[in-house]
Design a binder for this molecule. Structure first.
Ligand code: MN
Length: 335
């Protein structure tokens, strides 16, 4: 997915984490293109990152046969994100329901399906498209996540796309799930990560309490995608994210009477300062300007050294919006 906002805000995070926390973070609604409405949890005005997770969009469940204006467009159904670039990050596509077709400039063509991890590593530059195909199932529910790459690899690791259809399962007392990335309760995913990182899709049975083991050097958050849970005196429901902080060796999560499904996101606090603008991550204003120029040049030339085009995509790539007049500058990770 892409940040399609016409006038994207400048967002920068710096590493800062001071022990356990319990913060309820609310989403803001963002319209992507003409066909998809998402709830953006990160960056949040109160917190910009959790570990290296720097972007969290939650969308659906949407019945693609029941679209209403202004999100419906003639001949378009579900997600329609034309080719757009990324730098210095990984995208993680995770579906709870539905199907999305992914294509990218390294030649990948994949169907993203529920329970399968699709992770794209941008390195210095990649472009991809994501669309709902005409024969996709009617319901679409998922999350699009970005992981910031550390400076040591962000421009040198080659652009790549990896899909994992057979991820390790979590079987816990009263709960079960899938480890997308990193290690949860001793279960480790094969997906590549460049900083200590955790992602898992967990369901707790109705009314049950899960004591989930955590790694104290990581900070964590939970994003509820179905049902509700209690953690401390907070009761996050659908689409709400609770930041748990760090320095915990476990957390007690209590499912509502209807059960709960949530994404667990975590990792070692990311200490490097980031500049995030549109679909680019960099370290300086100048770097963002260079990435934008390279992308616009790639559109003109049909691909260049930094950004290739997306083979098999039927349509025009997405031009970058105008840069803001102000210089992009660092801001603290937490307000
Ligand atoms: Mn994208």
């Amino acid at each position: 997915m892409s940040d399609l906002e016409k006038d994207p805000a400048e967002v920068i995070g710096t590493g800062e984490c001071d022990g356990p926390a319990l913060e309820l973070l609310e989403a803001r609604e963002v319209v992507l293109g003409r066909t998809t409405k998402v709830r953006r949890l990160l960056p949040n005005k109160n917190r910009r990152m959790v570990g290296a997770w720097c972007f969290v969009d939650h969308y659906g469940p949407d019945d693609l046969t029941q679209r209403v204006d202004p999100y419906d467009a003639p001949g378009e159904r579900g997600m329609l994100v034309p080719p757009h670039p990324h730098t210095s990050l990984q995208t993680v596509s995770w579906l709870f329901e539905g199907e999305i077709e992914h294509r990218d400039s390294v030649g990948s063509h994949a169907l993203v399906r529920p329970g399968e991890l699709n992770i794209m590593t941008a390195g210095n530059g990649i472009a991809h498209s994501e669309v709902s195909t005409p024969d996709a199932p009617p319901m679409l529910h998922g999350a699009q996540l970005w992981v910031a790459l550390p400076d040591s690899v962000r421009t040198t690791t080659p652009p790549a796309f990896n899909a994992y259809a057979d991820l390790p399962r979590l079987e816990l007392d009263g709960a079960y799930g899938t480890v997308m990335i990193g290690t949860v309760a001793g279960v480790t995913s094969p997906a590549p990560a460049y900083t200590p990182l955790v992602g898992a899709d967990v369901t707790i049975d109705a009314g049950r309490t899960l004591t989930l083991p955590l790694t104290p050097s990581n900070e964590y958050a939970v994003l509820v995608v179905d049902g509700a849970l209690s953690v401390g005196d907070l009761t996050p429901g659908f689409g709400e994210l609770v930041y748990l902080g760090a320095s915990r060796d476990s957390i007690e999560l209590v499912a509502s009477d209807n059960g709960v499904r949530f994404l667990l996101l975590g990792g070692e606090p990311f200490e490097e300062e980031l500049v995030m603008w549109w679909n680019f991550i960099g370290r300086t204003h100048e770097e963002i300007v260079a990435a934008r120029d390279a992308w616009q040049g790639a559109i003109e030339a049909g691909g260049n050294d930094r950004f290739g085009m997306v083979p098999g995509y039927d349509g025009a790539p997405l031009p970058a919006p105008p840069l803001p007049s102000a210089t992009l500058r660092p801001r603290p990770r937490a307000r």
